[in-house]
Design a binder for this molecule. Structure first.
Ligand SMILES: Nc1ncnc2c1ncn2[C@@H]1O[C@H](COP(=O)(O)OP(=O)(O)OP(=O)(O)O)[C@@H](O)[C@H]1O
Ligand SMILES: [Mg+2]
Length: 261
């Protein structure tokens, strides 16, 4: 199945938690091949997926030898000549860590020049994102930082949906308007709201009423097990994802219905 989902939202609303849980739900029972992408500069999706801290993952942007080999230029250098379409199709297999059927790729950040720079690192990241979104027959879930800057224009048209995670709090709901605008500006066709940490029907209603005109994907309850496991530095529902709230599975199901194949 090919399904490409970007997950955004204001800081701290639960993007990483939701990405990890949905990835595990979608991979459960070997139903789907799933790639989870950590595109946040402060990468922490590994913990959410239960990948041990003693096996640190080098972000793709820091793989200097690989970047030099593929682009023909040293990372950190601006200008000069290097290829703009490097080979990247083996990177997901070679540089991901897998747990419970979910492959994790950590993108990392480009140090120099800002997001608009054309340098070897950004060229590799861009080419890899394009490869993942356009050419993989897999479920690809992307944990983005608040914005959606990592998605280039060429790529975003092929993203099946941008899921904007919101909490009942007013600030995250306000941020949803801005994130939707950013998503629309780069050509994402479908933008869905996922209410997280809701404590009951009043919270759901608050989110619905304060975001008129937004399509709602679903709601995930505030859950003690998620709070407790975070405190212990463990992934939630460690022994089995089957114990996750049933809402997660129906949200995963709704997402698979967006798949073009
Ligand atoms: N449904 C939930 N129930 C209880 N706690 C939750 C739930 N979802 C997320 N949390 C908690 O909220 C906090 C923030 O979650 P998370 O790190 O996933 O957010 P984030 O949006 O990825 O943050 P950042 O913007 O910093 O990357 C964590 O402590 C997490 O355990
Ligand atoms: Mg996060």
């Amino acid at each position: 199945m090919s399904l490409k989902i970007a997950i955004g939202g204001k800081g701290g609303v639960g993007k990483t938690t939701v990405t990890a849980l949905l990835a595990r739900c979608l991979a459960a029972g070997e139903k789907n091949r799933v790639i989870a992408i950590d595109a946040d500069p402060v990468a922490n999706l590994a913990a959410g997926l239960g990948i041990p801290e003693d096996q640190p993952i080098t972000p793709i942007a820091e793989l200097r030898d690989l970047i030099a080999e593929r682009t023909g230029a040293e990372p950190g250098k601006m200008g000069g000549f290097f290829t703009l379409n490097p080979k990247v199709d083996d990177i997901p297999e070679r540089f991901s860590k897998e747990k419970d059927g979910v492959k994790l790729l950590v993108m990392g950040t480009v140090q120099s020049g800002g997001s608009g720079c054309i340098c070897p690192e950004s060229t590799i990241l861009k080419a890899l994102m394009t490869h993942l979104v356009l050419y993989r027959e897999e479920v690809v879930l992307m944990d983005m930082e608040a914005g959606v800057e990592h998605l280039g224009r060429a790529t975003s048209g092929s993203v099946d949906a941008l899921v904007v995670v919101v909490n009942p709090g007013a600030r995250s709901r306000h941020a949803a308007h801005k994130i939707r605008q950013l998503g629309q500006d780069i050509g994402i066709k479908k933008i869905l709201i996922l209410g997280n940490r809701v404590r009951g029907p009043e919270d759901e209603q608050l989110i619905r009423e304060s975001l008129p005109g937004f399509e709602i994907l679903g709601f995930i309850p505030e859950h003690d097990e998620i709070v407790a496991s975070d405190r212990n530095g463990q992934r939630p529902f460690d022994d089995t994802i089957d114990k996750a709230p049933k809402e997660l599975f129906s949200i995963a199901e709704s997402l698979t219905n967006l798949s073009s194949q």
